[in-house]
Design a protein around this ligand. Structure first.
Ligand code: FES
Length: 574
């Protein structure tokens, strides 16, 4: 059967023709207990679900899929749930980033090869949001993102604690000897209170917030706590709305314009978003075929102040942002920076979506006259150490280190770093610059969140809690510190980071956006001539393919063969 255009829906091409294959498709739908009138001439909606027992933030998504299903039936569609890989951020080794593109492939090919007219994407834990979006964008059918929602806020000994942020903070205190093992275990037991994603403005909250800013999630949806009754109602709304989107042919390309990406960059700065957004927005833009670069992020960073007071840059959690009005309230404050005319998944413009939005707590969402930080939520650095860019989240860094010159303490890889970081004989002081190589997309592989290098124990014991750290890796969005990330090109492909040696002077200058290795060109050329590319041991499996095709951080670390907005043809069957 070839594609036929006179059917009401894409899925009709599977079920309606007078052919033996279409007979078999109908036969198998009947086998599932559907009646013919249930699935003929109705939009078939895929519920693409990242639930798994090891996707720990998504423990409630099996039930939510049923809530979505209810909304789809009520709106006259036909729900079909499709499980995809869960990418549980904390549990999966070596890093979920290694598998983000695999999830994207799985989503795209699931849609492409099945009778699916539109999809609801169920996810939220870090890479799931992005992998789901990348796949759905490439598949080109209408899609709406149903966020898992943040877990409830926790306290320990009277202190509000944020997932990730306080793990690192208290780990450092444990290593410094200022808290006991017993206290550490007490903290461990209370720090994740419910289903849901990390409750700080880490990567999960950043990417779900930016999905709402892009127009691909319902207004106000991403801050609803996972276990709130409003979350169930939102899931039903997603099911209802996707059926209408199919009828309106509201495909991603009508929503994901350059203006939408620029809006996302603005919201990213206002919320003090994770550095990981710098990689993921590039990948989304590449898939959408929209021109967008690190320069756009830097430009937004210079203009837009941080106004959302959430950990790690501020003090509150996602539940507080929900009570303060959520992303629509944030957008209402920064409306003059946004293009309000963009189309969204509601079928209305962003301006129409946020018309009634109000800030309900000005200590959580600050007015522009009283920002948390004046700008530089994210700064993009260039220089001879990062010709294609590097990033720093200035709002979560120490301003006294924004301009800093120090001697490099170099670790060739993560194993060497962990073997020596707490060595009392390590030649390091608080002015040193810690450098980690081979943590990039090819070198690690998968660009893990190794960039927030631990402070050496002997400095912790002297009271040092921050110092300049530089790597080609990423950092958890829940962490903080003066940490330069995503140095590009990475060391493993011969980027200048590979040439740094112990004792070299490095200059970080955030206001001037510079990152320089203060070694003369002749010496660098000598080192470059002597550099040898790493030899990797894996010969079979996914990793060699990943290494051969992953792009660098400035292009989003997608696979080179998946970039571009050209739609793949619907498979033909005979
Ligand atoms: Fe799932 Fe942080 S571990 S969102």
């Amino acid at each position: 059967m070839s594609c036929e255009d006179d059917f009401p829906f894409r899925s009709s091409r599977w079920f309606q023709p007078h052919t033996m294959r279409a007979f078999a498709h109908r036969q198998r739908a009947l086998q599932m207990g559907f009646r013919k009138k249930d699935f003929m001439n109705k939009p078939i909606i895929g519920i693409i679900n990242t639930w798994s027992d090891l996707s720990t933030c998504h423990g409630h998504l099996r039930e939510r899929a049923d809530d979505v299903r209810k909304g789809i039936w009520m709106a006259g569609g036909v729900p079909m749930e499709l499980p995809v890989m869960g990418l549980g951020e904390v549990v999966q080794k070596p890093t979920t980033m290694l598998y983000r593109n695999l999830l994207a492939i799985e989503v795209e090919e699931n849609i492409r090869s099945h009778p699916i007219d539109g999809v609801v994407l169920l996810g939220g834990c870090d890479k799931t949001t992005v992998g789901l979006l990348m796949g759905a964008i490439s598949a080109g059918v209408p899609c709406i993102f149903m966020p898992a929602g943040p877990m409830l806020a926790s306290t320990w000994r009277g202190e509000l604690i944020g997932t990730g942020t306080h793990t690192r903070k208290f780990w450092d205190e444990l290593r410094a000897g200022t808290i006991t093992m017993e206290q550490w275990e007490e903290f461990e037991a209370v720090s994740c209170r419910s289903h849901g994603t990390c409750n700080t403005m880490g990567t999960a909250s950043t990417m779900t917030s930016l999905t709402e800013a892009l127009g691909l999630a319902l207004p106000g949806s991403v801050c609803i706590p996972a276990v709130d009754a409003a979350h169930i109602r939102m899931a039903v709304d997603c099911g209802e709305r996707i059926v209408e989107m199919v009828k309106e042919h509201l495909v991603p390309s009508r929503i994901l314009t350059r203006q939408a990406l620029l809006n996302a960059a603005v919201v990213d700065m206002a919320i003090g978003g994770s550095t990981n957004a710098a990689v993921h927005l590039m990948a989304i833009a590449e898939r959408a075929g929209v021109e967008f670069s690190l320069a756009d992020l830097d430009e937004a960073g210079r203009r837009v102040p941080v106004i959302v007071n959430l950990l790690p840059a501020g003090k509150y959690l996602m539940e507080h942002l929900y009570n303060a009005g959520g992303i629509p309230a944030v957008e209402s404050v920064i409306r003059d920076y946004l293009d309000l005319s963009v189309m969204t998944c509601t079928g209305r413009t962003l301006g129409e979506n946020i018309a009634g939005a109000k800030v309900l707590d000005e200590d959580v969402i600050h007015p522009l006259s009283r920002p948390i930080a004046e700008g530089d939520g994210l700064a993009v650095l260039h220089g001879n150490l990062a010709p294609n860019g590097a990033v720093i989240k200035a709002s979560a860094a120490n301003p006294s280190l924004f301009v800093h010159k120090g001697k490099a303490v170099v670790f060739e890889n993560i194993r060497e770093m962990y073997a020596h970081i707490d060595d009392p004989d390590l030649d390091v002081d608080e002015n040193s610059v810690l450098v980690l190589k081979n943590g990039g997309p090819v070198g690690a592989p998968g660009m893990p969140e190794w960039g927030g290098l631990p402070i050496p124990r002997k400095l912790l014991q002297k009271g040092v809690r921050d110092m300049v750290r530089i790597s080609d890796a990423r950092m958890s969005g829940t962490h903080f510190g003066t940490v330069v990330l995503h140095v590009c090109p990475e060391a493993a492909v011969g980027g200048p980071l590979a040439l740094v040696r112990n004792g070299d002077e490095i200059l970080l200058d955030v206001p001037s956006r510079r990152l320089e290795l203060l070694v003369d060109d002749a010496e660098l050329e000598k080192r470059r001539a002597a550099w040898k590319a790493p030899v990797f041991s894996e010969k079979r499996g996914y990793v060699p393919m990943y290494r051969a095709h992953v792009t660098q951080a400035d292009r989003g670390c997608d696979f080179d063969f998946l970039e571009g907005s050209e739609a793949l043809p619907e498979p033909e069957i005979y």
